[in-house]
Ligand binder design. Structure first.
Ligand code: HEC
Length: 212
């Protein structure tokens, strides 16, 4: 039986020498490791990717320009100072700090959190809502015939004078309320005047403190 190998029928080679020559010739054709040619589709793929890349760059290239971006050129003149709208800023503080109890529309939760809509404690003397926010409020109160007896924490440490001013201005003019603005100076003065206070106000404490 002829031994069929890679180099064909061994019996076709007359001598060992001839066989070796064939082997050497064949091996000479095998490229060195690392120098093998890749498959044809690899060259085609590389060509297509490059072609697409050049097309894309050509179509969408940008350029460096000293012209300002349209949006920047529309920005207001630097000399115009944009005033912060207290209602917008106040609403942000309200949403973050107060809304969970007094609700988005200020109507509160009957029997648990009093309504801020039309409340004398919101629209009356501004020192009252400022103090409630700075130090909190506790004890029994009756509003619209409903009794409330829960505790509201004070937020004096969390909120700046500016925050409180925006916030009180907001609750005095949101929810259909209408009352004057409160300034950061007013809040600062009140904060100083009550600096030693560590407890939340009861209704009668705050009224007598403010002589209301
Ligand atoms: C954890 C719930 C809670 C949060 C948060 C809260 N409050 Fe209160 N608030 C209450 C409760 C409860 C009362 C009534 C306290 C009492 O029974 O004496 C109250 C009372 C008030 C009052 C007095 C209303 C009235 O008619 O007497 C005002 C004003 C007020 N809160 C404003 C605010 C503002 C502004 C914020 C955000 C800084 C705020 N509250 C955050 C629970 C809360």
């Amino acid at each position: 039986m002829a031994d069929q190998s890679y180099f064909g029928d061994r019996e076709n080679y007359k001598s060992m020498e001839e066989l070796h020559r064939a082997v050497l010739e064949k091996e000479a054709q095998i490229p060195e490791e690392g120098n093998e040619r890749g498959p044809w589709w690899m060259y085609v793929t590389i060509f297509l990717v490059l072609a697409f890349g050049f097309f894309y760059l050509g179509r969408y290239y940008g350029e460096i320009s000293d012209r300002p971006h349209v949006l920047f050129s529309e920005a207001p003149d630097e000399t115009v100072v944009t005033e912060i709208d207290p209602m917008t800023a106040g609403r942000q503080v309200y949403t973050r700090v107060c809304q969970s109890c007094h609700q988005q529309d200020g109507s509160g939760v009957r029997g648990a959190f009093p309504s801020l809509v039309g409340s004398e404690w919101v629209t009356g003397d501004p020192a009252r809502p400022v103090n409630v926010v700075l130090h909190g409020m506790r004890g029994e109160i009756v509003r619209d015939g409903v009794t409330y007896n829960a505790a509201m924490p004070g937020f004096g440490r969390l909120l700046s004078d500016q925050d409180v001013a925006h916030l009180i201005t907001y609750i005095r003019n949101a929810f259909g309320n209408e009352a004057g603005e409160v300034s950061p100076e007013q809040v600062g003065n009140m904060r100083q005047a009550t600096a030693g206070r560590t407890e939340a106000w009861t209704e009668s404490e705050l009224n007598s403190f403010l002589e209301l």
